[in-house]
Ligand binder design. Structure first.
Ligand SMILES: C[S@@+](CC[C@H](N)C(=O)[O-])C[C@H]1O[C@@H](n2cnc3c(N)ncnc32)[C@H](O)[C@@H]1O
Length: 176
């Protein structure tokens, strides 16, 4: 449901025949994503996914959210919106940072006490986009997902190979 310079998930799904709607809160990022889809096959929209989206009630077979869950100010509201936008047997695929990874990278020393802390990103600021990384524990996320009505089917923990984290200027990574 979200697309920017860094990801082409929406375009990859559209190429495979899906009818894709790409939604993000940042108008500048939506504009950039739209410019990368000259065919106009993807419907792009600016919306706050922490707020109800009645226009999309029971609408989607599949929602794929690519690295947004850690960055929303209200993760329970976000889950409620996604749940109501899915059809009855719909599926949600959530790509997210393992919250413990910030601990490993030294952003805090107490994983549990740090829950609720926010970290500003660099890299999108020059585009006029303010994004924050919100630390919450994996238990917070899982409990909220179950409360929102989701059932966990699979959890895939993907390692980040040492040194593969690119610190390019435009890369979306939390500031130290
Ligand atoms: C790390 S970026 C990932 C962007 C894109 N999915 C990608 O992979 O390149 C996080 C994205 O979450 C979006 N975002 C943050 N809060 C949001 C909200 N409440 N509703 C919708 N999008 C939000 C930001 O605008 C930003 O585009």
């Amino acid at each position: 449901m979200s697309e920017s310079e860094e990801s082409n998930l929406s375009r990859a799904l559209a190429r495979r025949g899906a009818h894709v709607t790409g939604i993000d809160i940042a108008p500048r990022l939506v504009e950039m994503a739209r410019a990368k889809d000259p065919s106009g096959n993807i419907t792009y929209q600016v919306a706050d996914l922490c707020q109800p989206l009645p226009a999309y009630q029971d609408h989607f077979d599949l929602i794929a959210s690519f690295f947004v869950f850690n960055d929303v100010y209200d993760y329970r509201g976000f889950l409620a919106t996604l749940h109501s936008a899915l059809k009855q047997a719909g599926r949600l695929v959530l790509f997210m940072n393992n919250p413990y990874s910030l601990m490993l990278r030294g952003y805090f020393t107490d994983y549990f006490a740090a829950s609720g802390q926010t970290f500003p990103y660099r890299g999108m600021r020059e585009e006029g986009v303010k994004v924050h990384f919100y630390h919450r524990t994996l238990e917070d996320y899982l409990a909220a997902s179950i409360s929102a009505g989701f059932q966990l089917q699979q959890l895939v923990d993907v390692p980040t190979p040492e040194g593969s984290f690119k610190r390019r200027e435009e890369t979306v990574i939390p500031e130290g």
